[in-house]
Design a binder for this molecule. Structure first.
Ligand SMILES: [Zn+2]
Length: 465
C-alpha cells in the first residue's frame, strides 16, 4: 500500500495544524491544533470524519501552541489512549495552554448559553472539558532533540530545534513501506534566525517530502536590532515622563522575550530599574516553565546568565495573581511596565489598564504582537482617537507604539534558508500554515530559487506519497 498524507488543518490558513500519515501498518497524526478566529467555520473544531481514533498508533507534536495542540483533548474524548510524543519542555507548556483553552471554551459556551436560554434555543456544549485535558495530558511522553525513536510500526521519528518557542521542533519521519524508505519532514513553525533567547532552527539536509509553514512567506520582518533599539527608546522616553507602559501580551513567548530585553536594559544601566508587573497568572506560570529550561536557550542567553543570574536584574519584577492585585496597580505611580492579557485586547486584565491609561499623555501602549481585524488592539494600532470601553468614551492621549520585529515566525529569507539544504534533492514540497498572501508568493520564490513546484493543499486533501 502506498503511503498517504492527509491535510486535516492549516491548509490555506494559519491555524488547525494537523496531518495524518497512513501506511499499511500504522497511522500517526502530526499535530492536532485548534482552528482559531474562523468565525462560523469554528465547527471545524470537531473530530475529522477521516480520522479513526481506534486505528491511530501515535501522535507527534511539533510544539505547544494552541493552533498545533488545541484539538488533542478531542482524542481522549473519543477514547484514544495511545502515546503523544513531544519534546520534554513542551509537556508543561502544553498542559498550561490546554487547561486555559478548556477554561476559555467553557466561558464562551456559558456566555452563549445565557443568550440561548433567553431565546429558547438549544444549549451548546463545549467541545471538551478540563477532564478531557487531564486525560490527554497523561498521554504526553517526552522525547529528546536529535534522538531517533520508533513511534509506530515501520515509522521512526526525530525532533530537531525549530527556534520558534521553548521546546519547538521540526520532525523528520523515516517511513518504511513495501521495502522502500521515505524521509518525510514537517517544519512545524520556524523561528526567525538570531531571535533572542531561543536557539536557531536547525533544519534537515535531505528529504523526499517536505511539509513546510509559510506564515510570512511574502516578506521579511524589520531587522531585530532596529526593533530592540526602538524598544529601548520607548522605555527611556516613558520613564522620563514617569508614565506607565502597558503591553498587551500573549502568555507564552513574547512575555519572556520582553523580560529578557528589560533585564539587559537594567544590566547595561540604560535606565534605572523600575517596577515591572506581570499581571497574568498564565504568563507568570509560562515564565516559570521557561526559566526551568535555561539549558535550551542560545549562547547569548547562557553567557549573560552565567555572568550574573537574570533574576538579579529583574529584582523589581512582581506577579499580581488576583484580580484585586491587578486593580491595585491603578493606584501605583509611574514609571512602571504592566504586561497583561489578552494579547489583542479582546478581553482580560489589559482592558481595565487601558481604561485608566489611554487618556493619559504620559502613558505608552506598546503593541508587540499581531492584532486581528476587528479587535480593540487593532483599533488602537490604527490610531483611533476615541475608544468606547465599558460604555465610556475615552479620548486616546497615550502614545501608541507598534513593534513588528518581535515575530516568532521566520520571514521569507529565513524560510528559504531553512529549505535550501533539502532543495537539492528536489523533494515533493507542500506549503501549509499560511494564508494565500503568505504561501502563494513563497511558492513563487521557491520556484525561482530552487526550481521546485510547491503544492498548495486544501483542507481535507489526501495525497499518495
Ligand atoms: Zn506556533
Amino acid at each position: 500500500m502506498p503511503i498517504h498524507l492527509s491535510f486535516l488543518g492549516a491548509a490555506g490558513c494559519v491555524t488547525g495544524s494537523a496531518y495524518l500519515i497512513q501506511t499499511s501498518r500504522a497511522q500517526i497524526l502530526i499535530d492536532f491544533g485548534l482552528f482559531q478566529g474562523m468565525g462560523d467555520k469554528e465547527d471545524l473544531n470537531q473530530m475529522p470524519p477521516s480520522l479513526d481514533v481506534s486505528k491511530l498508533n501515535a501522535v507527534l507534536l511539533t510544539h505547544a501552541h494552541l493552533d498545533h495542540t488545541g484539538r488533542l483533548p478531542l482524542l481522549s474524548r473519543h477514547g484514544y489512549t495511545g502515546p503523544i510524543y513531544c519534546t520534554t519542555s513542551t509537556i508543561a507548556l502544553c498542559g498550561l495552554i490546554l487547561r486555559d483553552s478548556a477554561h476559555l471554551q467553557m466561558m464562551d459556551v456559558e456566555r452563549a448559553n445565557r443568550k440561548r436560554e433567553r431565546s429558547g434555543a438549544p444549549l451548546l456544549e463545549p467541545i471538551y472539558t478540563a477532564e478531557h485535558v487531564a486525560q490527554v495530558f497523561d498521554l504526553l511522553q517526552g522525547v529528546e532533540y536529535d534522538i531517533t525513536r520508533e513511534v509506530a510500526p515501520g515509522i521512526r521519528a526525530r525532533w530537531v530545534e525549530a527556534g520558534h518557542m521553548l521546546g519547538s521542533a521540526s520532525i523528520q519521519l523515516c517511513i518504511e513501506e513495501d521495502g522502500d524508505t521515505k524521509a518525510v519532514v514537517f517544519s512545524g513553525d520556524i523561528g526567525a534566525k538570531g531571535a533572542p533567547i531561543l536557539k536557531d532552527a536547525v533544519g534537515f539536509k535531505s528529504a523526499d517530502v517536505v511539509v513546510m509553514e509559510s506564515t510570512y512567506g511574502d516578506r521579511d520582518h524589520k531587522p531585530l536590532q532596529e526593533t530592540v533599539e526602538e524598544f529601548e527608546e520607548i522605555i527611556r522616553d516613558t520613564v522620563a515622563r514617569r508614565g506607565k507602559i502597558l503591553v498587551p501580551v500573549f502568555a507564552v513567548g513574547r512575555t519572556q522575550l520582553l523580560l529578557y530585553l528589560l533585564a539587559q536594559l537594567f544590566r547595561r544601566k540604560v535606565v534605572p530599574k523600575f517596577p515591572i508587573y506581570l499581571d497574568s497568572p498564565m504568563a507568570t506560570e509560562a515564565t516559570k516553565i521557561y526559566w526551568e529550561h535555561l539549558k535550551l536557550f542560545d549562547e547569548d542567553f547562557q553567557a549573560l546568565h552565567l555572568e550574573r543570574p537574570l533574576a538579579e536584574d529583574l529584582s523589581m519584577l512582581e506577579s499580581t495573581p488576583t484580580a484585586e492585585d491587578s486593580k491595585a496597580l491603578n493606584d501605583k505611580p509611574g514609571p512602571c511596565l504592566i504586561m497583561a492579557g489578552s494579547g489583542m485586547c479582546t478581553g482580560g486584565r489589559i482592558l481595565h489598564h487601558l481604561r485608566h491609561n489611554l487618556g493619559k499623555p504620559e502613558a505608552s501602549i506598546l503593541i508587540v504582537g499581531f492584532q486581528s481585524e476587528g479587535s480593540l488592539g487593532r483599533r488602537i494600532v490604527d490610531g483611533d482617537k476615541e475608544i468606547v470601553m465599558f460604555g465610556e468614551r475615552i479620548q486616546v492621549k497615550a502614545r501608541i507604539h507598534t513593534l513588528g520585529g518581535f515575530s516568532a515566525h521566520a520571514g521569507k529569507t529565513d524560510l528559504l534558508g531553512w529549505l535550501s539544504p533539502i532543495a537539492k534533492d528536489k523533494p515533493r514540497l507542500f506549503l501549509t500554515h499560511g494564508e494565500s498572501r503568505g504561501r502563494e508568493p513563497l511558492a513563487q520564490y521557491v520556484r525561482k530559487q530552487f526550481g521546485l513546484n510547491a503544492e498548495l493543499p486544501v483542507l481535507g486533501q489526501r495525497v499518495q506519497l
